[in-house]
Design a protein around this ligand. Structure first.
Ligand SMILES: Nc1nc2c(ncn2[C@@H]2O[C@H](COP(=O)(O)OP(=O)(O)O)[C@@H](O)[C@H]2O)c(=O)[nH]1
Ligand SMILES: [Mg+2]
Length: 349
């Protein structure tokens, strides 16, 4: 699946930098094995198929076989589809809605065969994601355009910043990073090392500094230099940690002292393997600081990536990018059709 996704969206930079460049913390892990020899990142839990494989299995392999034996268009087929959607974590409500639409159309004799029904499912899935297919536009009249990344620990914020920085650099944009994860010295070092390797200025104040103060400093520096994009990291926090959540609102308030419109993008990074809990996380973060865009990471090899559909349905917040690996080039501009195509046989497209 991932190889398909990569093939279909060839917007990766020509030179493939190592994972360590985006995520220096990976250096220690990668020391004795060359990057190329690294195993597939974040494999799905043992015994589990990736969600796309799982859905794909029903909609591809099983369906190919199903089509071969001239299947009956009946409620059993719809039940099978519903189960596949729910186990891919599309969410019960969204899955039921989708299947109900198909059921109505089936009863109205709109489908000649099972294949026609699956084509309709594909169209419905794309339609569910279309409203959130709104890529991040850097407004160059803002100097800088401030991106504040938020999310729980380990979601992939710092990795995503590395990937974004690479992307923006390739586009020739003036860039600065703010090491706002002041919780762990390693987090500051992670961003600094990345910046040094790639010639990107990283504003940092060291461990235990106030995140809002780091962000303020960085914005001041970026303004005086005429930098185009400033990306600020923050410490991961649980959506249940009230004090830490309030701190995010403070970061935004402090930035507004220098630019009333900043941050221009509050980018929440969500681990695609989180499953339905992602809904709750987004709701809580959004209460503290309005989230304007999402990055869903770890869509490589997860059994739970269907949460993208649930998020789209529940919030309608733009999904800017999909993270499909640990390397700098493993970030795709979110594309509804490519995403759905990755789980349905092309023959149905
Ligand atoms: N497989 C995979 N791993 C990822 C992806 N994005 C991030 N990671 C890994 O997830 C872990 C946590 O990432 P990090 O950026 O430090 O998370 P943060 O705490 O939110 O800053 C690291 O081991 C990353 O390499 C992705 O798209 N796919
Ligand atoms: Mg981090």
């Amino acid at each position: 699946m991932v190889s398909w996704f990569r093939r279909k969206t060839p917007d990766a930079p020509a030179s493939a930098p190592t994972a360590a460049q985006a995520n220096p913390e990976a250096v220690s892990r990668a020391n004795d094995t060359p990057a190329e020899a690294q195993p597939e990142p974040a494999p799905a839990a043992a015994g589990k198929l990736g969600w796309m494989q799982r859905l794909g299995k029903l909609l591809n392999t099983d369906v190919a076989e199903l089509l071969g034996r001239n299947p009956i268009l009946d409620d059993d087929l719809l039940d099978e589809i519903e189960t596949a959607l729910i186990s891919a974590d599309v969410g019960v409500t969204a899955s039921t809605e989708l299947v109900n639409i198909l059921r109505k159309r089936m009863k109205a004799r709109e489908f000649a065969d099972a294949k026609a029904l699956l084509t309709a499912l594909r169209t419905e899935l794309v339609a569910l994601l279309r409203p959130v297919e709104r890529p991040l536009q850097i407004d160059l009249t803002k100097k800088p355009f401030v991106v504040l990344t938020v999310g729980v620990n380990g979601a992939g914020k710092t990795t995503t910043i590395g990937k974004l920085a690479r992307r923006f650099k390739d586009e020739g944009r003036g860039l600065m990073l703010a090491a706002g994860d002041t919780f762990r010295a390693a987090a500051v070092a992670q961003l600094q090392a990345w910046g040094e390797r790639n010639g990107v200025t990283v504003v940092a104040q060291g461990q235990n500094a106030d995140t809002a103060s780091v962000a303020f400093d960085a914005l001041q520096a970026a303004k005086s230099r005429g930098t185009e994009v400033l990306i600020a990291d923050t410490a991961g926090r649980l959506h249940t940690q009230g004090g830490l959540m309030d701190e995010l609102a403070k970061v935004a308030r402090v930035l507004k002292k220098l630019d009333p419109e900043a941050p221009h993008e509050v980018l929440m990074v969500i681990d695609g393997t989180t499953g339905q809990n992602a809904i709750n996380q987004l709701r809580k973060f959004n209460e503290k600081i309005p989230v304007t865009g999402l990055v869903v990471t770890k869509l490589d090899g997860t059994a739970k990536g269907g949460v993208v559909f649930a998020l789209a349905r529940e919030f309608g917040i733009p999904i800017r990018y999909a993270g499909i690996g640990e390397r700098p080039e493993d970030l795709r501009v979110f594309d509804a059709e490519a995403f759905v195509d990755a789980l349905l046989p092309e023959a149905l497209g």
